[in-house]
Design a protein. Structure first.
Length: 225
């Protein structure tokens, strides 16, 4: 049976403390690279992988790291993992690696990764630390993908554009042309479009939270004696 703590970790990562629309961490890659679904999903999954392995590693060695050097040690662990991911993408999905560019090594300094390692993994068990990292990463990935779909659909009229960068030339036929003969909307695929899209997602989440919260009972009017 799933414990209450596990359910809370999942709920926090995917919704209540979602790093993309609640904590507003890692806005640089969130706004810069979310112009297509493929780019968003790729960077989100890479960040999730780094977060999960980094959190698990820090949780395992947390009792052996002196307090004075914990942050440099955490950054070193994250940087090593990011380097592995970067080399892997360079070797196997080189066209996608070129598109994502500097935002892959910038995962090292992403506030989301370091924040979860410092505030959660350095104080909790390995299993819960990995779960927390995966849920936070998937929460961020979900926001990235939704934002990427909004921007790509509005800006180009397609979905999954650039899938061939990750899966090869054969994947070009998998692109969905949602709006044929669409001339495009340039603002949507530029950084200002990312700000507008993210603002809409934040507003939608806040509205849903307001609708879910119980409404206070009307106050009873005092009856004169």
């Amino acid at each position: 049976m799933i414990s209450a703590e596990t359910r809370e970790i999942v709920y926090n990562g995917l919704w209540k403390q979602n790093p993309g629309i609640v904590q507003l961490l890692g806005l640089c890659p969130l706004l810069a690279i979310s112009n297509t679904v493929v780019n968003s999903l790729s960077l989100g999954l890479a960040t999730t992988l780094v977060m999960a392995v980094a959190s698990g590693s820090v949780s395992l060695v947390r009792n052996f790291i002196p307090h004075e050097i914990r942050l440099p040690t955490f950054v070193l662990i994250i940087a090593a993992l990011v380097t592995v991911v970067q080399l892997f993408m360079n070797a196997y999905v080189h066209p996608l690696y070129l598109v994502l560019g500097i935002f892959i090594p910038l995962i090292t300094t992403n506030c989301i990764v370091l924040a979860r390692v410092e505030t959660f993994a350095s104080k909790r068990s390995t299993a819960h630390s990995v779960l927390d990292a995966v849920m936070m990463g998937l929460g961020l990935t979900g926001v990235l993908v939704i934002l990427g779909a909004m921007r790509e659909l509005t800006g180009k009229g397609t979905l999954f554009s650039g899938l061939d960068l990750a899966l090869g030339p054969a994947a070009k036929d998998w692109v969905i042309d949602v709006l044929p003969d669409y001339q495009g909307f340039l603002l949507a695929i530029l950084p200002p479009g990312a700000f507008l899209g993210l603002g809409l997602l934040i507003a939608l989440k806040n509205w849903l939270e307001t609708m879910r919260s119980p409404k206070p009972a009307p106050a009873m009017a005092a009856v004169p004696g």
